[in-house]
Design a protein around this ligand. Structure first.
Ligand SMILES: [Zn+2]
Ligand SMILES: [Zn+2]
Length: 672
């Protein structure tokens, strides 16, 4: 018996192995095996059992597999097909896709001994024991949405719905009822969320309603915990899976519904290694098994809206907040007119004071952690750079270090300027740490919490910060992006965006869209329950279209404007992109590699159909010690580009320039 095995290594080919007679009984597609590979052993997945009739070359050279790891298949045919598609689409080796898809499983030590369910899940489960709570009554819009989705579920055909609901319109309840309907028809449901830590409220609501039927998978769990949740799904004990992007590859039989919450979130895109977008993989998975997809968002991505307009996706709208609560008014504060350089402007201070007097809560968002943005020598203008990356170092006061936010580099802050020996070093620009300090001085009686990468490195730190806000132990929460998503705290009545421009001037064509989304999301955190909310957005560019439209909740007008820009400039969704990044330790090799790559692109690609920009140094031309150059390919379809790019990559690897890695990013979200 011969087997097609995809080995979990960066290989292009699928390998053939022999199955020794004593293992024949155990063999089936979807089980992992240990095989010899050159002089080593490697893990792989059985993806096909070959027919007797199939011709096999060099029979004598085929080696036998060493052992079969799994007692039962860990992937079914449809998931294997999905991984094959993802490998083709994202130009990433198939074996590595399987490896990532099966990362919940221990490498090779059956039988499995699942650990106890982990403490956070246990806490959430403990806090939400009254399962089977009655569903709250729905608004007319929610009812309509649920009916439409129930209809789709009953048809058992592939369909995608964009659930476009303003913040606070009750999208989660629509998901819950759709999942319920799906379960009742005997099928499983997968709910993808951008980040688990900040969506613990959503998980709690699901657990309240469905109890033990819910399994949760994310990277914050220990290996044992993840495995035990994985097994509960695999063994059919849990019918609802909530998870972050990698959960899209979890084996669950008979999936009828996939929900992608906050579909526009960049967290769905894996930026390292296998650069897949879990939203898009989810849609493909649903398509292969005739399932229904709900893409939920208050600020859908342009790609998704485009698919609605071309008729690929259907549109459901929740245009109003529950109980017709108004969206909180957004006030713009023009930072060009401020008198000091603090980001706590008098307008904002006044508003905070008012909320504290009323015993309400405040949420402040700043897109930069640390104390100051950089240190500057006032005499000669020197700014200490990261030795490994083309960025300046950020000062962290509490730690008394200057740190790089892209690599692990840390150093003591300089006492004197290494260039001019001057002593006038200034910490300029503001990060969350400085705001926290300023707030403490201004409001000494208030309890202030900070949520950013520095304060949440410990496990479950997010959960504790949010619980503390929920219990009203703290009054002010300051944080980075983490605070903008999914938070549902009734006492937050003031939300402040301290510096809206931070995101605007990144050299990236999505920066206006991201700014619009962030402002809308932050604003959405306030006035969700009985108390009306207000929002303050501070900016140096009050007239920029993304800020101006966001401040008036003019989604359609922003969208029209942005669409025209994307169309004119030939960016997605009107053209598709593939980014090719070359990187290496030596600048000369990267430059030489880029030149060779360019030659090959010219040779193999039909330039009448594919536009090629580059090679140029990437905006971050050095990162973690590697020099980086990139190309951007543009065309109407990715299929054509991918096919031609495959040839280019093969030719490039044949020529082999030492010390240059090539990374391919199909449908890139960031081009930095
Ligand atoms: Zn100096
Ligand atoms: Zn660095």
């Amino acid at each position: 018996m011969f087997l097609h095995i995809s080995v979990f290594r960066p290989l292009e080919e699928i390998l053939i192995y022999r199955c020794p007679p004593e293992l024949v009984k155990e063999v089936s597609v979807g089980k992992r095996v240990i095989v010899p590979l050159k002089t080593q052993r490697a893990t792989g997945l059985i993806i096909k059992i070959l027919d007797h009739k199939e011709k096999i070359k060099d029979l004598e050279d085929i080696k036998p597999i060493i052992k079969i790891i799994d007692p039962y298949p860990v992937m079914d045919e449809s998931l294997i097909s999905l991984c094959k598609w993802a490998s083709e689409y994202y130009l990433f080796p198939l074996g590595m896709v399987f490896k990532i898809a099966l990362s919940c499983l221990p490498p090779a030590k059956p039988p499995y001994y699942p650990a106890r369910i982990h403490s956070l899940l246990e806490t959430i489960r403990g806090e939400n024991r009254q399962i089977g709570l009655d569903a709250p009554s729905l608004t007319e819009d929610q009812k309509k949405a649920v009916e439409i989705i129930k209809g789709a579920l009953s048809r058992d055909t592939f369909s995608v719905y964009l659930l476009h609901g303003v913040t606070g319109s009750g999208k989660t309840e629509v998901y819950i009822q759709a999942v319920d309907a799906c379960n009742r028809s005997g099928k499983g449901a997968i709910v993808l969320v951008p980040e688990i830590a900040i969506t613990s409220q959503l998980i709690a609501r699901f657990i309240k309603r469905f109890g033990e039927k819910v399994a949760v998978i994310h990277s914050g769990l220990t290996k044992g915990e993840r495995l035990s949740e994985w097994l509960r799904i695999k063994e059919g004990k849990a019918h609802i899976l909530i998870g972050v992007r990698s959960a899209v590859f979890t084996p669950m039989d008979n999936v009828g519904l996939i929900v992608v919450d906050e579909e526009h979130e960049s967290a769905y895109k894996q930026e390292e290694g296998f650069k897949y977008n879990a939203r898009d993989v989810a849609i493909m998975r649903a398509r292969m098994i005739n399932a229904t997809v709900i893409l939920g968002s208050a600020t859908p991505s342009l790609e998704t809206l485009h698919n609605v307009h071309t008729g690929k996706y259907k549109y459901i709208s929740l245009p109003q907040r529950i109980n017709k609560k108004p969206l909180p008014p957004i006030q713009i504060v023009d930072l060009r007119k401020r008198k000091t350089d603090s980001l706590l402007t008098p307008e904002l201070q006044e508003a905070i004071k008012k909320r504290l007097c009323n015993k309400e809560q405040v949420l402040l968002f700043l897109n930069r952690r640390g104390f100051s943005r950089f240190i500057l020598c006032d005499d000669c203008g020197y700014v200490p750079p990261c030795p490994n990356c083309s960025v300046s170092l950020v000062y962290h006061k509490k730690e008394r270090k200057v740190c790089c936010h892209y690599c692990e580099y840390k150093a003591d802050p300089p006492d004197i300027c290494p260039v001019c020996r001057g002593q006038n070093l200034k910490a300029l620009g503001t990060g969350t740490e400085r705001i926290e300090e300023e707030l403490k001085n201004l409001f000494p009686d208030a309890k202030i919490l900070r949520m950013d990468k520095d304060t949440t490195s410990k496990r479950h730190a997010h959960h504790f910060i949010l619980t503390s806000m929920e219990k009203k132990e703290a009054q002010i929460l300051i944080g980075t992006q983490m605070v903008t998503k999914g938070l549902d705290l009734p006492e937050i009545t003031l939300a402040g965006v301290l510096l809206a421009d931070n995101m605007l001037y990144l050299p990236d064509f999505r920066s206006a869209e991201r700014t619009f989304q962030l402002i809308t999301q932050v604003a959405g955190r306030t006035g969700r329950k009985d108390k009306p909310g207000e929002v303050i957005v501070q900016t140096f560019n009050p007239d920029h279209y993304s800020i101006a439209h966001a401040s008036r909740y003019e989604f359609d007008r922003f969208y029209q404007f942005e669409k025209a820009y994307r169309k004119g400039a030939g960016y997605p969704p009107f053209k598709r992109l593939i980014r090719i990044l070359l990187k290496g330790n030596r600048a000369e090799s990267v430059v030489a590699g880029s030149a060779l790559f360019k030659q090959l692109l010219d040779k193999y690609m039909d330039r009448t159909k594919i536009e090629v920009a580059g090679p140029v140094p990437a905006p971050f031309h050095k990162l973690r010690g590697k020099h980086r150059w990139h190309f951007l390919l543009k065309s109407q379809s990715t299929r054509y580009m991918r096919n031609q790019l495959k040839q280019v990559l093969q030719a490039f690897h044949m020529e082999g320039i030492r010390g240059v890695e090539v990374e391919i990013d199909v449908d890139p979200l960031h081009i930095l």
